[in-house]
Design a protein around this ligand. Structure first.
Ligand SMILES: Cc1ncc(COP(=O)(O)O)c(C=O)c1O
Length: 387
């Protein structure tokens, strides 16, 4: 096939492959980033869909506005004001087909082949894959339990990268979050640079005790903030958004128009009606409580069943635990042995620019309690005698 040269640069994603392995009979999966389907409000969404089709069928089934429907953008702007401590006009908010589309749009707008791009190390593989299509030179900055290594970030910024992509809240894959000090430090460094930050807030609403800190966007202007309803309402509806600085609005609109005309407006109308009918704060409290409970369940089981040379963190939100096998060991072997024991985990290496051989990502959100209990036992068996 005479594919473009650009396609040579796309990095492989393990994730989609693992989704199909996870569906094999008898398999338990801690591998993917899927939210718990049992928490979808299927009745509420069905009612919202029926209502919008009944009330406004011609409008909701028609082409729509490029930026996305106004009431939904206004709801996102209101949430920024009340929860994130910054004022944004709905005019700066553009709805996308999931926040994944934001990464493609951002790459398209900013990256030429060979441009420097700073990323968390480890960082979200799906975004790295999306950006890789534009051929940047990735510069990894170690992501620690309290946020990025800012000395390394300062060094990286000296190379005049075009973009810095980072996830300050309950990061995928590690579950790590920036401390308040790191948020301030990063905001100051980015403000004084010619680098645009893409701040991914996919898990920000899933802080178990509420939002863990203000977005970097609230402290610096050259930041694009991306968000999504995928992890809190439904990933299948494919609704994400990006909040862009004033001077980027026109260019972002051009890029959206050229790639999709606009995000799925039927989905947007259903989402907007669903939110209209919902006590959002109460709803989100319920989700946080349930994910916290599942985190605790998995952490207790890991404590009970895994040997002390394995270590892991205690995330304050989101869906992931970051497991480390001893320094110098190859966690791919653990992954292989786990598969043989019918438990799928996600090796940490593909999330890294450098290193990460001894890391594994565990998702505690998707599986039910019984599978979490059985899955951790299988993990312990898979690890036994391996190194
Ligand atoms: C950190 C992060 N950002 C963005 C996404 C993309 O989500 P969506 O396109 O469904 O909004 C994901 C999905 O797993 C994610 O983990």
């Amino acid at each position: 096939m005479r594919y473009s040269k650009r396609t040579d640069d796309i990095i492989d994603s393990f994730i989609m492959k693992l989704i199909s392995v996870s569906k094999e009979k008898g398999m338990i999966s801690f591998a993917t980033g899927l939210p718990d389907g049992r928490l979808f409000d299927t009745e509420g969404i069905a009612k919202a869909a029926a209502d919008v089709l009944h009330d406004n069928p011609k409008e909701v089934l028609q082409y729509s506005t490029l930026k996305g429907i106004t009431p939904l953008r206004e709801k996102i702007a209101a949430r920024c004001r009340t929860e994130m401590n910054f004022n944004v006009s709905a005019e700066n908010i553009l709805i996308t087909n999931g926040s994944q589309e934001c990464f493609d749009l951002i790459g398209k707008m900013f990256l030429d082949k060979g441009d420097g791009m700073v990323v968390d190390d480890p960082g979200y593989l799906g975004a790295l894959q999306s950006f890789s299509l534009y051929g940047p030179k990735f510069i990894g900055v170690p992501m620690n339990e309290d946020g990025p290594d800012t000395a390394k970030l300062a060094e990286a910024l000296k190379q005049h990268p075009k973009l810095y992509y980072s996830i300050p809240n309950h990061q995928n894959p590690s579950g790590f979050s920036y401390s308040l000090e790191k948020r301030k430090e990063v905001a100051e460094m980015i403000s004084g640079s010619d680098c645009m930050m893409a701040e991914d807030d996919a898990y920000g609403e899933l802080g178990y005790d509420g939002r863990i800190g203000p977005p970097v966007r609230s402290m610096a202007d050259n930041v694009i903030l991306t968000g999504s309803y995928s992890k809190i309402i439904s990933p299948g509806m494919r609704i994400g958004w990006m909040i862009v600085p004033d001077e980027m609005v026109e260019m972002t609109m051009k890029c959206i128009e050229s790639s999709s005309l606009h995000a799925n407006s039927f989905s947007q109308c259903i989402m907007d009606r669903f939110l209209e009918n919902l006590d959002f704060n109460k709803y989100i409290k319920g989700l946080r409580k349930e994910y916290k409970r599942k985190r605790d369940l998995m952490l207790d089981l890991l404590d009970d069943h895994l040997p002390p040379e394995l270590t892991w963190n205690r995330p304050s939100g989101g869906m992931f635990i970051w497991l480390r096998t001893p320094e110098g060991t190859d966690a791919m072997r653990f992954f292989d042995s786990a598969l043989k024991n019918k438990i799928v985990v996600m090796p940490g290496r593909p999330f890294h620019v450098n290193g990460g051989e001894n890391t594994i990502r565990l998702n505690f959100a998707t599986a039910n309690d019984e599978d979490i209990k059985e899955g951790v036992k299988r993990l312990a068996k898979a690890y036994d005698g391996l190194f």
